[in-house]
Design a protein around this ligand. Structure first.
Ligand code: LRH
Ligand code: MN
Length: 392
């Protein structure tokens, strides 16, 4: 399938302006309840996390912002942290709240039966907005572990009312250019009900708040077999897609490298994004990674993950949309499917390598990072102190 010149330049322009936000916590140690393995050279503080994220941007050219997680990335001076990021060619991005690690939150945070606990959680979310004011971040990302483990433990409807009441306070505190993006998750750590378990619940809560509240799709937060691109198309249709937490999984919330477990699913998601205008600069759709590199080296894993998103995007941009629309309109089932598979089966790696070269980058970012000696340097220099992880 030949791509005519104008299309090639449009595809290149889209790939050059693609922006993928990195999670600070991916550079720290992470694991499961069984074990958190430590790795040499892991950052000890947010400054070192941002330095590692800047390496990913240095070799990919499309990852210029770093999402923070509070309190994991708590510092005395967020302006100083923002200046540090800028000095490394990146910027501070989405602020992630954390109401899932305090003992008071055993029965929930913003949905907790006790108003004092809800107030404590809301105060943390308001503190996150104060941090956004200091860092210049646009998005407050909310994910709640809130839920129950046994039938009867609490009132499902009552918890939704408490959630709505708590979110209203936070929404009304947002600045004019700030947003709140609400992430859903089917289960874990709660195993009977989760108060924001699916896109419908997040959407209903967001629509009740106002236009600055949008839904986040974490690709690891669905029941097996869920058609995630259907959710993408539906939320784009309603202009309520705030963004993605990209990762992949074979079973549950595995937080593996995006595209590693199911590259075809990522392609189908990016196809809906291309058609739905989510890649347009003003779409308001944030593309973030949310991953844990429990056993693999973290910086190359982030570089590979960014490349996986680029490859899925480049394949989606290859879809001959006019032909697809025509085949769909004429009921040409096999023809329509073949047009999509043709794009998916195309090898976009030479195209991306060429684009990197024209951006002044090495065509092979992982190899270039490997040759840089950065991994050896941080392993040598970062001795002593406590390695960062999911602890405060
Ligand atoms: C919850 C989640 C959420 C984050 C956390 C790091 O599973 O996806 O986005 O706050 O992981
Ligand atoms: Mn997530």
């Amino acid at each position: 399938m030949t791509v005519t010149a104008p299309e090639r330049s449009t595809i290149e322009a889209t790939l050059r302006t693609q922006r993928i936000e990195l999670p600070s916590w991916a550079f720290g140690n992470s694991g499961t309840r069984f074990k958190v393995f430590a790795q040499a050279g892991v950052p000890r503080d947010p400054y070192e996390k941002i330095a590692d994220a800047a390496e990913v941007h240095r070799y990919t050219g499309v990852a210029p912002t770093v999402a923070l997680h509070i309190p994991w990335d708590k510092v005395d001076d967020y302006k100083q942290l923002a200046d540090h990021a800028r000095s490394l060619g990146v910027a501070l991005g989405t602020i992630n709240s954390n109401t899932f690690q305090d003992n008071d939150y055993m029965f929930g945070s913003v949905c907790h039966p006790d108003a004092r606990v809800r107030r404590k959680a809301v105060d943390h979310l308001l503190e996150c907005i104060d941090i956004m004011d200091a860092t210049g971040s646009q998005d407050l990302k909310l994910w709640f572990a809130d839920g129950t483990n046994y039938p009867g433990q609490d009132d499902i409807r009552g918890r939704q009312d408490r959630l709505a009441e708590s979110l209203r306070i936070v929404y009304d505190r947002l600045g004019p250019s700030q947003r709140m993006v609400l992430e859903y998750k089917l289960f874990e750590p709660s195993f009977y009900t989760t108060d924001v378990p699916d896109w419908g619940t997040s959407l209903v809560q967001c629509m009740a708040l106002g236009p600055k509240a949008k839904v986040v799709i974490d690709t690891g937060h669905h029941a097996p077999g869920t058609n995630i691109e259907f959710i993408v198309a539906s939320l784009l249709r309603l202009d309520r897609l705030g963004g993605f937490d990209f990762n992949s999984r074979f079973y549950a919330d595995d937080d593996l490298m995006v595209g590693a477990a199911d590259p075809f699913q990522l392609f189908r998601i990016m196809h809906e994004c291309v058609k739905g205008g989510a890649l347009d600069a003003d779409s308001g759709v944030a593309f973030m990674l949310d991953q844990c590199h429990n056993i693999e080296p973290k910086i190359p894993a982030q570089i590979r993950s960014v490349m996986n998103v680029q490859e899925a995007t480049a394949k989606a941009l290859q879809v001959d949309l006019p032909a697809l629309v025509a085949a769909q309109a004429s009921g040409d089932v096999l023809g329509a499917n073949a047009i999509l598979m043709d794009a998916y089966d195309s090898d976009v790696r030479p195209l991306l390598a060429g684009i990197r070269e024209r951006m002044g980058l090495d065509p092979d970012p992982v190899a270039a990072y490997g040759r840089s000696g950065y991994a050896e340097r941080i392993a040598r220099e970062r001795v002593g102190g406590a390695q960062a992880g999911w602890g405060a």
